[in-house]
Design a protein around this ligand. Structure first.
Ligand SMILES: [Zn+2]
Length: 322
């Protein structure tokens, strides 16, 4: 059993604070905006009717490009008045409308995260006690070790050469870990259960640390959609999460060198032939270009991830950690 204290130590120390820096402005913006909308519908109504839903804007919306005849224009203006004054302005100014918009937005997030699960389940192969039983039982055991209330689904998917795995969820129903076939078949063929365990452990980390929850996505996604700001907060948060899950993967697998991650750098046929000592000497160096590359990525530079495990520290989010 992996204790709560051990799980806590896996978490990147900067992760929590960046999460708050990402989520709190979103929560505050929503609360202030909804509050203003709810308690001051008349001022909003005024702004909406004079600056947003103007008569010209509605005319542009409903009329033909070429303008049309005078008669057509009269009919259009009647329609414009009804649309504007009787439907759009009261609707936008209603205190219920922002709540409906929020509900729709949450449902959209739920649909997006649920769709990823649906895609994987529909196109992949679900492991079970009869389908790759050894891996399933190992995974089931791992889920129990971190005290997950329900063992997530484990789904094997054709990666078409891509080496990847990820965690996803159906909100409030179940979680899943998806592993691509190239990693899976190579680990089984060579009996490299340590790498397989590391990868599955890393993905279970995303579930355990709640990175796949709909509310987590809801609170962090907006910052990721703002160009420029996304590199400051959302990408750094994502990198912190990756380091946290690497720690759990290492804990599960007993890999203290980070060599399991070499499969992502050297490929499935070469990763076991890499001289780790030489790799560390060549890669554990300062490089401004690597730092720049890392800044734009949602996963840390792979060598930084490997070195973080080998040195037993939490990797640098923006700069290489010695
Ligand atoms: Zn990850």
């Amino acid at each position: 059993m992996i204790t709560k204290e051990q799980l806590k130590r896996c978490k990147h120390p900067r992760g929590q604070i960046i999460f708050y820096l990402t989520a709190i402005p979103i929560i505050l913006s929503i609360v202030i905006f909804l509050g203003w909308w709810a308690i001051s519908p008349s001022s909003l109504k005024n702004i909406v009717s004079t600056q947003v839903i103007t008569q010209d804007a509605i005319v542009d919306l409903v009329s033909d490009d070429d303008g049309g005849e005078q008669l057509q224009k009269d009919v259009d203006m009647e329609l414009v008045d009804v649309l504007r004054n009787d439907i759009l302005v009261p609707l936008v100014a209603s205190p219920i409308t922002p709540i409906l918009i929020m509900i729709l937005f949450i449902l959209l997030i739920v649909a997006i995260v649920g769709k990823t699960y649906g895609d994987s389940l529909g196109n992949g192969v679900k492991l079970s006690k009869k389908q790759f039983p050894a891996v399933y039982e190992m995974f089931d055991e791992m889920a129990k070790e971190i005290n997950l209330s329900k063992t997530p689904d484990i789904i094997l998917m054709n990666g078409n050469g891509t080496l990847n795995a990820f965690a996803c969820t159906i909100p409030m129903v179940r979680d899943a870990v998806v592993i691509y076939s190239d990693i899976f078949e190579r680990c089984l063929a060579t009996g490299d259960m340590q790498t397989l365990k590391f990868i599955l452990g890393h993905e279970l980390g995303h579930i355990k640390f709640k990175h796949t929850k709909w509310w987590y996505r809801f609170l962090t996604m907006p910052m990721d959609l703002i160009p420029g700001v996304n590199y400051i907060f959302a990408r750094a948060l994502s990198r912190a999460n990756e380091y946290s899950c690497d720690k759990l993967g290492a804990k599960f697998s007993g890999d203290t060198s980070g060599k399991s991650l070499l499969i992502l750098s050297a490929g499935k046929h070469n990763y076991q032939d890499i001289d780790l000592e030489e790799y560390m000497q060549l890669h554990d160096k300062k490089s401004i270009w690597v730092t720049i590359s890392n800044f734009f990525m949602d996963h840390p530079i792979n060598s930084w991830r490997i070195i973080a495990i080998a040195k037993g520290h939490h990797g640098g989010l923006w700069f290489r950690k010695k």
